[in-house]
Design a binder for this molecule. Structure first.
Ligand code: PAF
Length: 279
């Protein structure tokens, strides 16, 4: 695996690959890699002959500067993990000058999808995500890009922008990787205290219970209220808990085959998100 830090070096390698008829897969990340990221790399098996992992902690997707500064960083450990796992040709880890030149003033806005769910209390977050993802697609010139279903809203936004802007990249959704107690893997889990970590398992457990009740035909509003209450009892501050279409993220009913339950809830100052399909 080669560590590449400049967009010029990346462009030179990618040009050679394209000339040689290679197909390029990319996994965009902000580092602090874990088994969820490795599953994204693995998902490209058989779909791309060359694989790039990008690591860039994108300042414009953080609405809180403290959150940006506190975001865990560890390029050496991330590089060692990728090297040990194998299958990655390039680790692209640009600094800010390679991404946002002085005077940078363009934003990619995926209207509508960006304002609901996580967009509600993180204004501008998805504009930042859509902008960096577009830039990384242009810089890597990838044919295929893997995104985790854990960030399902992000996945929907990326799909929309690729379709709307005719970007020549296909999007590969990858199922959420979970711990033994079903907590979805996330770099943020490292910020949980041991007590909070034990409590965090209530999040997937409550979603499972809510889904079982919905499948048993119970009333949607009652199920959501009970689940919200259970999460509060377990110590969470709940930001949203909603049933939405997995196709367009609009509010939906349990009879919708694409319906998914979406939640964002915090333990202390650690905000966790999760989502699960009903079917
Ligand atoms: O999911 C993430 O880690 C980030 O939002 C992404 C897609 C790498 C853009 O910065």
């Amino acid at each position: 695996m080669k560590l590449v830090k400049t967009r010029q070096e990346l462009a030179d390698i990618v040009t050679q690959w394209h000339r040689a008829g290679e197909t390029i897969g990319v996994v965009p990340t902000m580092g602090s890699l874990h088994a969820g990221h490795l599953a994204l790399v693995k998902a490209l098996d058989g779909k791309a002959t060359r694989r790039i992992v990008t690591i860039f902690v994108n300042p414009i997707q953080f609405n809180n500067p403290d959150d940006f500064h506190l975001y865990p960083r560890g390029l050496e450990a991330d590089a060692a993990l990728l090297e040990e796992t194998g299958g990655v040709d390039i680790l692209y880890a640009p600094d800010e000058t390679q991404i946002y030149a002085p005077g940078f003033s363009t934003r990619v806005v995926v209207s509508g999808l960006d304002a609901m769910l996580c967009g509600g209390d993180r204004p501008g977050h998805f504009d930042g995500v859509a902008t960096i993802v577009t830039k990384l697609f242009m810089q890597t010139r990838a044919d295929i890009a893997a995104f985790g279903e854990k960030d399902f809203q992000q996945l929907c936004i990326v799909r929309r922008l690729v379709q709307d802007l005719d970007l020549p990249v296909s999007i590969l959704p990858v199922p959420t990787v979970r711990e033994a107690d079903q907590l979805a893997l996330s770099s943020r889990n490292r910020r949980l205290t041991p007590v909070q970590r034990a409590r965090a398992a209530h999040l997937p457990a409550s979603l499972h219970t809510c889904i079982a009740e919905l499948k048993a035909g119970k009333n949607l509003e009652t199920c959501l209220k009970t689940c919200w209450h259970d999460l509060e009892e377990a110590g969470f501050t709940v930001h949203y808990l909603e049933l939405r279409s997995g196709k367009n993220l609009q509010a939906t009913q349990p009879s919708d085959p694409s319906a998914r339950l979406f939640v964002a809830a915090s333990l202390g100052d650690v905000r966790l998100i999760d989502n699960m399909p009903l079917c």
